[in-house]
Write a protein that binds this ligand. Sequence first.
Ligand code: NAD
Length: 738
Amino acid sequence: MTYKNFTVETDADGIALVTWDMPDRSMNVFTEEVMNEIDAIIDAVVADASVKGAVFTSGKETFSGGADLGMLQKMLGIFHAEKAKDPDRATKLLFEGAGRMSWLWRKLETCGKPWVSAINGTCMGGAFELSLACHGRVAADADHVKMALPEVKVGIFPGAGGTQRVPRLTDQQQALQMLTSGQNLTPKKAKAMGLIHEIAEPEKLIDTARAMIRNGLKPVQPWDEKGFKLPGGPIYSAAGANLWPPAIAILRRETYGNYPAATAILKCVYEGLLVPFDTALRIEQRYFTEIMQTREAAAMIRSLFVSLQELNKGARRPADMPETKFRKIGVIGAGFMGAGIAYVTAKAGIPVVLIDRDMESAEKGKAHSDNLISDAVKKGRAKPEDKERLLSLITPSVDYADLEGADLVIEAVFEDSAVKKTATERAEATLKSSAIFASNTSTIPITALAKNSVRPKNFIGIHFFSPVDRMMLVEVIKGKKTGEKALAVAMDYVRAIRKTPVVVNDTRGFYVNRCVLRYMSEAYRMLIDGVPAPMIENAARQAGMPVGPLALADEVAIDLAQKIMKQTIRDLGEKAVDPEQMKLIDTLVDKHGRFGRKNGKGFYDYPAKPAKKKLWPGLADLYPQKRAEDVDYDELQKRFLYIIALEAARVMEEGIVTDPREADVGSILAFGFAPFTGGALSYIDGIGAKEFVAQAKALQKKYGVGFKPPKLLLDMAANGETFYQRFDPYDREAREAA
Ligand code: NAD
């Protein structure tokens, strides 16, 4: 029998080698067709008396990325369409769909012949669950071999037996940790946890797997044997009593109950371990059906998986431009940002010329890369050869002539128009006419800076966030005259350094900083109103923000906030900044010398490590304090999410961002907008424009014009539209392709 996605070859010992290699995909994923073929292969292995057992592996460098989440989205689409007609039937269909993979893996593990999974590369989600259902598991000893059940990161959980097999192979504490974090496991770690049996040299992987079968591997899983005992003891035991109450508390501390899938994992493990295996799988299937219907799952799958992938693959890149292979990139300004940009560029294997005003500064910029990569080597995340190679790619210099031949130059000199003008002119004197010049400015409009260029078509903004090595988002800013080629080159560059680009039209603060400023300014408003600072920070985190607004202000630096406010007043007039907020910031900076984390004094005090930062007690003396019981805590949480979402809506209304995928993904990657909502616009869509507008108006009455819903939202409310309907990204893609 032949299959589209698999080859099956049986050797002289009667061991079938099942190799998964999808012809039309770069990575193996589970689709309906793949699962049907696996089903047929299991039947064929069982039916053929000459086959003793089977080894399952991949013909690609990676093993598999797991389920095609597009398939899940489709299943949900059918569910919602069917639900309107016949809710019971809809739920039944979803329940069956949710269990399809789980029962197929169960069929494999109870088929009577031994199966071994030979894990040759990254093995994620459903693929690792398939491996766990095999009677033997061997992984190749190589850096690129990673195993994980990462479903929780997109709002679902391992629903094909993962929540049941892992805690039957390893102790419950490690199992919960792995399942609720979605962490990657190296072969060594997986073996130590008891999740795989062997580690083999890559070239001996298949032989090792075959040998397991030849040596009499039993085709029965431990949990199907009589007298099976859980490693680490049953739930109702002293160990269980010690584990479960704190486990629930820890999860609550980490998630504030915002992630239903994480909670469901705990329920699946706890309830599943009390019953026989088949019943346990049913319990898992029920919770999985429930979780798939949550708003969180739909929103997270869309933004954090589907949209993120689409943007990373260049959904917003002009399609007809040839792809740029970078031979050399110039970075001007080797300060805080430039040094980081040089690092991420060299890490992508691209040669960088790093220019500053004097050699000492340029060298200091390169030393930043040395520090980062040396640290990675120390932690075992990079090899000494990687360090050598990366550092050999960075050439510090003071001579602009060294930019010759660069395909792209990124300027990160002082935030000063005159300094930027000189840098542009000096670079362009050397650059070939096809080269692209980019500015990393955070506040100066790209259109204004492009006036310094002799080739404004080739001038663009590439706006990084700090710290550059860790922040995954980059704003690509189009000036009025920026051409399509510049856009394509900038997007190719962002892709090369493996970050996510969002395309933004030129405006003050672009997209991200506009939202971030709203977030911090709402916190200042609360402080001025006498809300105790700890309540402000806790409310924001409980709303789903990873960093409280006052902590964030400290990271950005309060004196920088002061500079931005003063510049805004100069540019737009007194009314552009709330005088009370200006006074608060002036008091902190000018009277108390509190600049933020950088001088150890901001909204927080930063004592020497290992002591932790603490909110500055002096904050309570700045304004008469409200009593905690007089503060509407739920409303504080709501204010944070609303004020940011409203700004994101304005950005869409003004055409600064044009694709809701970018606004959503950008809001999560740049400032961690409550990821369970799917991002700032999905948050509004989830509530519904009509309800959101009503709530925003109520907040506007109490807290002012920042909460005024823009006309766009009023229109959407009147028409019952969502952002993804009004600005349908796929509709536009189809139009552009036509
Ligand atoms: P920085 O002061 O740390 O670094 C600027 C560097 O540019 C210095 O090393 C300086 O010696 C060098 N320089 C100045 N004039 C030069 C010239 N003519 N030729 C070559 N080198 C020159 O500043 P930074 O924080 O890295 O900011 C740089 C740019 O990045 C600014 O435009 C800033 O707005 C933008 N930015 C900053 C952040 C941030 O968080 N700091 C974030 C995004 C964007």
